[in-house]
Design a protein around this ligand. Structure first.
Ligand code: PLP
Length: 387
């Protein structure tokens, strides 16, 4: 099988399993317990937080372990919006981009429906990039509680200029959150260098298990917890901590960062070859997302005259695994909201396929996948023409 769906999820790395194993077995203590087993768990949790902070170049107290990217996004957007409005009732607006993951887009909608916030959506151009001047305009007025712009898009791989957008947000006095779930392992993650006030990560895109994530919140930013109880995670996320998964995420983050430079160089070159091959061999294929400002690991296309879902199934029959749009939207007949926000016609958006690579992808795998893709598109078109 050639697995080209790493943006959906990745297998757990062996080193990660080994690092977390003791905390699932003999060191199973509850970090809140006042005995040796509990204290050992608390020490391990603190060490994991410190390890993640060292990778990100931030303070350990600025990190909250969550159940994943979705929860980190929810906590950031809702938590900051609610806390900032409570501190200053004029802050009743939330600004997000038009290509956010549902974890942000639906959280913004919840803030609108249930809490009466106004939501402004910043449009993107045909490459999926935000227009900075429009962003700056929407941040003005002193009434924005929080803004959120995804770092790297999960469907087309377009990478926003987060430092430039963060500078605009800082100038407007608005905390900027970025969903960096897809950026982990590929892009610069240090919040201080990005200039962001908050940032979400997810373990299972990085070689840690599904069900663990991380939210960075700068120490100066007000935030309300969404889950109340025993006051764990510095009061921001109650519930007995998942020590094993925190250790797993910190380990995966450290390993990902250590290998990042080499992976970026190697995989970018492979991605370029793959894109070039596909565009030559399927001449009407359309690359989606920005030509160069994209994740090293994502090649996404539309194949007009096919159905993305049919090509996906045809490829699976041929042992090539990819995605038609994002995993969250898979199975839905609706064309991708990301592609339609980029101005892609609905009918064309329904022909989208995303190939996303792990750091260990090989040239032979991508050559094989390109051959199968050419054959699959041909077959789907032939079957369509016969109908
Ligand atoms: N944000 C982005 C950009 C994603 O791609 C995903 C998952 O695909 C998430 C958030 C959600 O993360 P999780 O699956 O850890 O909840």
């Amino acid at each position: 099988m050639i697995f080209l769906d790493a943006a959906a999820t990745t297998p757990v790395r062996r080193e990660v399993i080994e690092a977390m194993f003791p905390f699932l077995t003999n060191q199973f203590g509850n970090p809140s317990s006042h005995h040796e087993l509990g204290e050992a768990a608390a020490t391990a949790l603190a060490a994991a937080r410190q390890e993640a902070a060292a990778v990100l170049g931030c303070h350990a107290e600025e990190l909250v372990f969550t159940s994943g990217g979705t929860e980190a996004d929810n906590l950031a957007l809702k938590g900051i919006a609610l806390a900032r409005r409570e501190a200053d009732p004029r802050r009743t607006r939330v600004v997000i981009s038009a290509i956010e993951h549902p974890a942000i887009a639906d959280s913004a909608d919840f803030l609108r429906r249930v809490h009466g916030f106004a939501v402004d959506v910043v449009p993107v151009d045909a490459d999926g990039l935000l227009e900075p001047a429009t962003f700056a305009q929407l941040l003005a007025g002193g009434d924005v509680a929080v803004a959120s712009v995804m770092y790297a898009n999960n469907e087309v791989g377009t990478v926003q200029d987060i430092p430039a957008l963060a500078a605009l947000a800082t100038a407007a006095g608005v905390p900027l959150h970025t969903d960096a779930v897809q950026a982990g392992g590929w892009l610069e993650l240090a919040p201080a260098r990005l200039g962001v006030a908050a940032m979400s990560l997810s373990g299972h895109k990085l070689g840690a298990p599904k069900g663990v994530g991380l939210l960075y919140v700068s120490s100066g930013v007000q935030i309300e917890p969404l889950i109340h109880g025993g006051g764990q995670e510095l009061g921001l996320r109650s519930g007995t901590e998942n020590v094993a998964f925190a250790v797993a995420l910190a380990t995966a983050l450290r390993l990902g960062e250590a290998g990042r430079g080499a992976a970026v160089e190697r995989v970018t070159a492979l991605r370029e070859d793959f894109i070039a091959t596909v565009l030559v061999r399927i001449p009407d294929a359309v690359l989606t997302g920005h030509r160069t400002r994209r994740l090293p690991s994502v090649a996404s296309f539309c194949f007009p005259g096919t159905s993305g879902e049919s090509v996906l199934l045809e490829l699976e029959r041929r042992d090539v695994i990819c995605s038609s749009g994002s995993a969250c939207a898979a199975g839905s007949d609706e064309p991708s909201a990301v592609l339609t926000a980029m101005g892609v016609a609905r009918g064309v958006a329904q022909t989208a396929l995303r190939f996303s690579f792990g750091a260990d992808v090989t040239a032979a795998q991508l050559d094989g996948a390109a051959d199968e893709l050419v054959a699959a598109v041909e077959r789907v078109r032939k079957l369509g023409a016969q109908r």
